[in-house]
Design a protein around this ligand. Structure first.
Ligand SMILES: *Cc1c(COP(=O)(O)O)cnc(C)c1O
Length: 400
């Protein structure tokens, strides 16, 4: 590949037209779905100092910066243990490993989620068993849970989709009665509550993601496992560092699931601001709901429902319309960015074909995948932008 460098250098001019051409073809959206560059100067200064502190310490992986973040996070969520790991995906994986899940085991989860929820199960050689969602909350429907539990079920893994907890009273009760631990996929729901208790404090274990786009975002990949169980916490800490706390002595086969010190330093600066950001997200959601309320009452659009006793943190603000793709196209023309989380339910993913999932197995998840549309949502979104988005949505509902 002697000429690979030359080819790479030639790429930009071939693949990307000049800025002038780009502007003529597609103007950038006037309202972005998310803009990670809109942070205030005070936050930037604090993060710069925290990162400089990590460099000065020379301690780049795990270490005192992570210890401090783990303690603050555990306190904030009201759990005994928070263990920082390399990503939300790895948080799910290492939590499932700590529960001893492996080949022949089944884990009951939602077919309507980000891929990692089921992939973590499959990577351990276990089988994801899907249960359809409640169409109001998009979370695992507890009324269908019991029938999916078999003697092989080793965990129930509800997903708190878009930032709202699943029906945890029901799910925890059924799981307890059947003797199955609960792993909360709380990756989208940091700060959400159920009956006054925090997401992450409702199951046996929980997984969080600090991917930059999440409500609490690092400057790269990071995640956490939370639990009240001392033995499981110890196991997660061991599995995080290749299955042995004493260097070069391995009690188990774990992995490299460590969090970088820089990520924990950034997260420690941002965590005290999480409640404020989530409050702003809730205020934006309330504004959207007011502006779209008449259309929703007329049955022209479905807007998010906050179930009683649950505080939604609106990781995404997701509406539903039967003519979703046409509405989305019109919004793009009006320069309002949108996205679809998620267009293909997990039981219909190519890599899970071996599980035997078929179209029609989970009608609510399938309908949601055709109808959902995520509107711009982030704490720095302005009121004027919210109004512009809602206006554009109302003008787009009759799109064909
Ligand atoms: C983001 C996310 C994950 C994975 O987190 P990463 O940090 O991206 O690995 C898992 N489950 C859900 C529901 C998520 O939204």
């Amino acid at each position: 590949m002697g000429d690979s460098k030359g080819a790479a250098e030639a790429l930009p001019s071939r693949r990307f037209p000049s800025a002038g051409t780009i502007r003529a073809v597609t103007a950038p959206p006037a309202v972005p779905l998310l803009d990670l560059t809109r942070y205030d100067g005070a936050l930037k200064d604090e993060i710069d100092r925290a990162v400089a502190g990590v460099f000065a310490s020379g301690h780049f992986v795990l270490g005192p910066a992570l210890d401090a973040f783990e303690q603050t996070l555990a306190q904030r969520l009201g759990v005994r243990h928070a263990i920082g790991v390399s990503s939300g995906t790895d948080a799910l994986l290492v939590a499932l490993m700590a529960l001893g899940i492996g080949p022949g085991d089944e884990v009951v989860t939602s077919p309507f989620s980000f891929f990692a929820s089921a992939a973590a199960v499959a990577r351990l050689g276990a089988k994801p068993v899907f249960v359809d969602i409640d169409p109001e909350t998009y979370c695992l429907d507890p009324d269908r849970l019991e029938a999916a539990i078999t003697p092989r079920t080793k965990a129930v893994e509800p997903v708190y989709l878009y930032g709202q907890c699943a029906d945890m009273a029901e799910i925890a009760e059924i799981s307890r009665r059947r003797g199955v631990p609960v792993l909360e996929d709380a990756c989208q729901a940091i700060g959400a509550t159920y009956g006054g208790r925090a997401a992450g404090a409702l199951g046996t274990l929980a997984a969080f993601s600090f991917y930059p786009t999440k409500n609490l975002g690092a400057a790269g990949d990071a995640g956490a496992v939370t639990t009240d169980d001392d033995a499981l916490a110890e196991l997660v800490r061991i599995l995080r560092v290749h299955g042995g706390l004493a260097t070069y002595h391995h009690e188990r086969v774990g992995g490299n699931f460590r969090m970088d010190a820089i990520q924990s330093a950034v997260l420690s600066v941002k965590l005290p601001r999480l409640d404020g950001w989530n409050a702003r997200r809730r205020a934006i959601a309330a504004r959207y709901a007011a502006l779209l309320g008449d259309a929703a009452r007329d049955g022209r659009i479905g807007i998010p429902a906050e179930a009683p006793g649950r505080e939604h943190v609106y990781h995404q603000y997701v509406v539903r319309v039967p003519n979703r793709d046409a509405v989305r196209k019109r919004l793009t023309e009006r320069r309002v960015a949108t996205s679809v989380f998620y267009p293909v339910p997990l039981h219909l993913q190519e890599c899970f074909a071996g599980l035997g999932g078929r179209e029609g197995d989970f009608p609510e998840a399938e309908r949601a995948s055709r109808e959902v549309l995520a509107l711009p949502m982030f704490a720095e979104l302005t009121d004027a932008e919210v109004e512009r988005v809602a206006g554009a949505v109302l003008e787009s509902l009759d799109a064909k």
